[in-house]
Design a protein around this ligand. Structure first.
Ligand SMILES: [Fe+2]
Ligand SMILES: [Fe+2]
Length: 216
């Protein structure tokens, strides 16, 4: 039960090795099959893709963000919702679901990487902020910048990264609700085998540049 304070990353989690998946398509099919409420207009696949769009954008302006973690967070963070209500424990259930996917060999990676992704998913709906770990901060900020879909203006107090906290970013974040990338593009930054792990996953310059031009 996520009732304690967000613990932050353990000190010994500094050695990140990278995340990978057995198959991007297999992962997507598995999550679609297991998701508790995938058709929701507020918290279903469309929202997951919008979170990925915002996350990729934040990463453009925030050093040391791991794109594979951002993509997997986007796909999984609301996957175990049961309804569109408060659903207090959906972050916890999604974190447990991540453990199942790791145990089944669908997702793999270093211990620190899995731990960081699990923390980001588990605590994402607990109003936590993490100004120290850019990747976790970008995950949560990407979700919160999409609050515009509920008619809620994101509050800088609950944003972790300096870029997301900017008034200009908050005011223009509605752009993420329009035409989010397809899963093939979102998941393309995740290597499909540990031996193909890459430290700097390929971005999608055309989309990023297009969004950047709207913020200028
Ligand atoms: Fe959520
Ligand atoms: Fe969400």
């Amino acid at each position: 039960m996520p009732t304690d304070e967000y613990p932050g990353l353990p000190v010994n989690s500094a050695n990140f090795e990278g995340l990978y998946v057995a198959s991007r398509k297999g992962l997507l099919n598995r999550v679609r099959s297991d998701a508790g409420y995938p058709g929701s207009s507020l918290h279903g696949e469309q929202h997951w893709r919008c979170v990925a769009s915002a996350a990729n954008f934040i990463a453009e302006y925030t050093p040391n963000c791991d794109l594979a973690t951002l993509s997997l967070f986007s796909l999984l963070h609301d996957s175990m919702r049961e309804d569109d209500g408060y659903d207090e424990f959906h972050g916890q259930r999604a974190a447990e679901y991540l453990d199942t996917l790791v145990d089944d060999g669908v997702i793999g990676g270093g211990e620190a990487d899995i731990s960081r992704l699990r923390l980001a998913i588990y605590w994402h709906n607990q109003a936590s902020v993490d100004p120290k770990d850019s990747t976790i901060g970008a995950c949560w900020d990407a979700d919160r910048l999409n609050l515009w879909r509920l008619g809620i203006r994101p509050n800088a107090r609950y944003l972790s990264t300096e870029f997301a906290q900017r008034e200009n970013t908050i005011n223009q974040a509605m752009i993420f609700l329009n035409s989010p990338p397809e899963w093939e593009e979102i998941l393309s930054c995740i290597p499909e085998h540990p031996k193909t792990a890459i430290s700097e996953p390929q971005r999608q310059p055309s989309r990023v540049q297009k969004i950047l031009s709207l913020f200028r």
